[in-house]
Design a protein around this ligand. Structure first.
Ligand SMILES: *Cc1c(COP(=O)(O)O)cnc(C)c1O
Length: 230
């Protein structure tokens, strides 16, 4: 077995254990392998080890890699999306994780209409209201939820966050709890289920799962550290 296969197995095992600690079965949590910056040969290794869901943060990389890999894979866009890339990326992805403004949501909705698609999207929440980060602050999402639900092409499935980085995973727990609470609140406010919680990365996915994550986005723990920051 290759190192990558070993690491994937170990991560799946930890996911199952953390799911159990949160009173759920392992299947309740999806592993999104974040393959940004890694070449298709490495992704192919993960595919051979049974991995199906891959996350990229740049549209350009999806366009480049997808045709070289099996068609049955699922691709998720996890990075910010610009209007001029919407038309290209919509037909290629299973889910868009980082819808971070009403204006991009409107663009996605309009182009989805033109293409006859109903994209699944998540709303990115900027929990710490960091000015350097994308996303709706908790206050703004409460105000804009109704407008977003008016965009009838979008399947709004849940929320995602990228909390402020702390090397100590336990210190990030409060943000994961907060995202779950905001999700619960938005479900009541909007009167619609938001089953997906996309939270947790290589160094803190166990904690995120304990707090209810349904998708964890794991890159370097599977593929090794990225040469350049993506
Ligand atoms: C890169 C990235 C990840 C994965 O980060 P790792 O620390 O390598 O697991 C997760 N989510 C987003 C939005 C990313 O850009």
């Amino acid at each position: 077995m290759s190192d990558l296969t070993d690491r994937l197995q170990e991560i799946r095992h930890r996911i199952a254990e953390a799911a159990q600690r949160s009173g759920r079965v392992a299947d309740a949590v999806d592993l999104l392998a974040v393959s940004k910056t890694y070449p298709v040969e490495v992704i192919q290794e993960a595919v051979e080890a049974g991995q199906v869901m891959f996350g990229e943060n740049r549209v350009q990389e999806i366009l480049l890699k997808q045709p070289q890999l099996p068609g049955r894979l699922q691709w998720h866009l996890i990075g910010p999306l610009q209007s001029n890339k919407v038309r290209k990326v919509l037909p290629l992805v299973q889910m868009i994780h980082a819808v971070d403004s009403v204006s991009i949501a409107q663009d996605i909705n309009r182009i989805a209409g033109e293409l006859g698609l109903h994209p699944k999207v998540l709303l990115e929440i900027n929990l710490a209201a960091e000015s350097s980060k994308h996303g709706f602050t908790p206050q703004v999402i409460r105000e804009q939820l109704e407008t977003l639900y008016g965009l009838d092409r979008l399947y709004i499935q849940g929320v995602m966050c990228i909390p402020p980085f702390d090397p100590v995973a336990e210190k990030t727990r409060k943000y994961f709890t907060q995202l779950r609470q905001i999700r619960d609140e938005l479900e009541k406010l909007g009167g619609a289920p938001l089953p997906v919680l996309s939270m947790g990365m290589s160094h803190d996915f166990d904690v995120a799962i304990e707090e209810g994550a349904t998708i964890v986005r794991v890159g370097s723990a599977i593929f090794g550290s990225r040469a350049a920051k993506a």
